[in-house]
Design a protein around this ligand. Structure first.
Ligand code: ADP
Ligand code: MG
Length: 250
């Protein structure tokens, strides 16, 4: 149990999220598997479908979603109005700790401090009514991920994995954790797909845990060229795969 359970921000957080229809944290057992690209482009794609969508970058010590969106966080800022209203970027409401830190400065925070920053962000952000809130998270079962599990009700996480044996190994661990928390997983996305043979193991695991395999995103060697330019990103196979998945989840 946490020591500050009487923190008044906790009841504020619940009210702030009261009109958000679906909360989709994008999680992964391992770093560098494409969570940030997936969460950002998934939010963008849902926004394009006409759904009222927001994106929250909860990778507190290493926020990067704004880089995918191509915005300068020293110029674009949330609007203050008895809280903070996230700016609309490419059709999605975007909130990140990046607005409040200097771009190239490290943010060394311990567990309690991370928890505190997350409570603060969740308590001050005015989402209004949303169809979907997509959350980018750091890998594994870090503090941010545990906070997501503790502070958000009725979340439907998407888990991203790659066919690498290292990622697959920890996929089971993460799925088990989510099941232990009684969280209903929306499904698993296989990123950097390299062919059916390696995929088979992921299919086995999703079957074993009763979780849906949402689809795959092929390995696309030039993907980094389009980071920061969503219009160009739209032409990639990566985005087209995301779009296909996005059309099935809401
Ligand atoms: N489908 C893909 N094909 C090729 N490279 C990819 C793909 N997905 C991700 N990457 C590479 O992995 C890097 C890390 O992606 P990112 O979304 O930041 O992962 P995470 O948030 O899980 O750490 C990207 O910058 C890109 O170079
Ligand atoms: Mg990331």
């Amino acid at each position: 149990m946490r020591s500050s359970l009487s923190d008044p921000r906790l009841s504020v957080i619940e009210k702030r999220l009261a009109n958000v229809r679906t909360i989709i944290p994008v999680m992964s057992p391992k770093g560098g598997v494409g969570k940030t690209l997936v969460s950002t482009l998934l939010a963008y794609s849902l926004g394009k479908q006409g759904l009222k969508t927001a994106l929250l970058d909860l990778d507190i010590t290493n926020p990067t979603a704004h880089i995918v969106l191509g915005i300068n966080t020293s110029e674009v800022k949330p609007r203050e109005e008895k809280g903070l209203i996230p700016p609309s970027i490419h059709g999605i409401y975007f909130m990140s700790v990046a607005y409040f830190i200097e771009e190239d400065k490290p943010l060394p925070l311990r567990g309690d401090e991370i928890d505190n920053v997350i409570r603060e962000i969740l308590a001050i952000t005015i989402w209004g009514s949303l169809d979907a809130l997509i959350i980018d998270t750091p890998p594994g079962t870090s503090d941010e991920v545990l906070d997501v599990l503790n502070y958000f009700r009725g979340i439907r996480p998407i888990v991203v994995t790659t066919p690498s044996p290292l990622s697959i190994k920890s996929l089971e661990r993460l799925l088990q954790l989510l099941i232990d928390y009684r969280v209903e997983v929306l499904g698993v996305i296989e990123n950097m797909y390299r062919g059916e043979q390696v995929s088979a193991r992921i299919h086995e695991i999703t079957k074993k845990y009763g979780v849906k395999y949402l689809g795959f995103i092929p390995y696309e060697k030039d993907i980094d060229k389009y980071i920061g330019n969503v219009k160009e990103m739209e032409k990639t196979l990566f985005y087209k795969s995301i779009e296909k998945i996005a059309s099935t989840i809401m």
